[in-house]
Write a protein that binds this ligand. Structure first.
Ligand code: CA
Ligand code: CA
Length: 299
């Protein structure tokens, strides 16, 4: 540590020493800056194909989409991911939906998109007794919610809302992986319903292979503060993509009728652990130096 020898240094040198010590302290606390990255995410990017060499078509009979984009991450601990900008819009079906539903585009936070056909109320919906599930008596057209199963090593995801207007599908989503191909079992599915984690979290701690909601990366939609996604130790890749499926329930599917894309700008920084003993030593040095300066000034 620094030592200030009384009587042998001028006030000037002591002041510089104090500044250097304070600067070193601040430098240790500030996060390490990393370069910003911008990635384009096609709406056909199948998040459930993350880390695979190719998209297995047999698990997506109605449209397997394409491999999702990814970035490599510098290994480490205490890493956080923050999105500085997410823009663009996507459609869950701009190809073969009935005319009223064709071309419903939504932004990165997702949309409460509409759908209605003769199968919808009976095949996939049960009772309004459970929050988020739509009552069969609810008039069509109604809106989707998300209740995806895991596939291989990649987890599913849930996003129920009682109010149809609060539901969100086709949002930007992500998953952290190592360099290895993901293998089962998948971790538990995260639940982004407002009755669970919600979409307005300030910090999220996803596991490896656990898909997570990103949206626009802000606590609100286009408003609020920047959300912090803690990178799981061991992660060396971040994949960005879309969660899609038949009515957004069950297995991933129906990627090929999507349209549009998102553009996401983000950075990963490292927040060093602050060693309490080191921190206390520096504070003690600063206080000691101040006291020395005062004594010399008084003398
Ligand atoms: Ca689709
Ligand atoms: Ca948001």
């Amino acid at each position: 540590m620094f030592r200030v020898a009384p009587g042998r240094v001028s006030n000037h040198v002591a002041a510089i020493t104090l500044l250097l010590a304070t600067g070193a302290c601040l430098f240790a606390i500030l996060p390490e800056a990393r370069a910003q990255v911008t990635v384009s995410i096609d709406s056909k990017s199948n998040l459930y194909a993350s880390g695979l060499a190719s998209v297995p078509p047999e698990t997506h009979p109605n449209g397997e989409g394409i491999l999702p984009p990814y970035v490599t991450l510098t290994p480490g601990t205490g890493r956080v991911l923050r999105f500085l900008s997410v823009s663009g819009s996507v459609s869950y079906n701009n190809t073969d939906a009935p005319a009223p539903y064709l071309g419903q585009f939504n932004g990165p936070d997702g949309g409460a998109v509409w759908f209605a056909d003769s199968n919808f109320p009976t095949n996939f919906l049960t009772t309004s007794g459970t929050p988020g599930l739509i009552s069969p008596s609810e008039p069509s057209p109604t809106t989707f919610y998300v209740d995806m199963d895991s596939l291989g090593g990649i987890s599913g995801m849930k996003l129920f809302e009682s109010l149809p207007s609060d539901r969100r599908v086709m949002f930007l989503a992500g998953v952290f992986l190592t360099d290895a191909e993901p293998t089962a079992p998948a971790p538990a599915s995260l639940d982004f319903s407002s009755t669970a984690t919600g979409r307005s979290f300030s910090d999220l701690y996803p596991l490896l292979q656990q898909t997570f909601y990103i949206g626009d990366g802000l606590t609100g939609e286009g408003t609020g503060s920047i959300q912090t996604f803690w990178v799981p130790d061991g992660a060396t890749r971040l994949f960005l993509g879309i969660v899609d499926g038949a009515y957004f329930v069950g297995g991933p599917d129906y990627y090929d009728n999507n349209a549009g894309s998102f553009s996401a700008t983000f950075e990963v920084t490292t927040v060093p652990e602050i060693d309490p003993t080191t921190f206390a030593s520096v504070i003690s040095l600063v206080v000691g130096s101040l006291a020395l300066l005062e004594r010399r000034r008084a003398g």
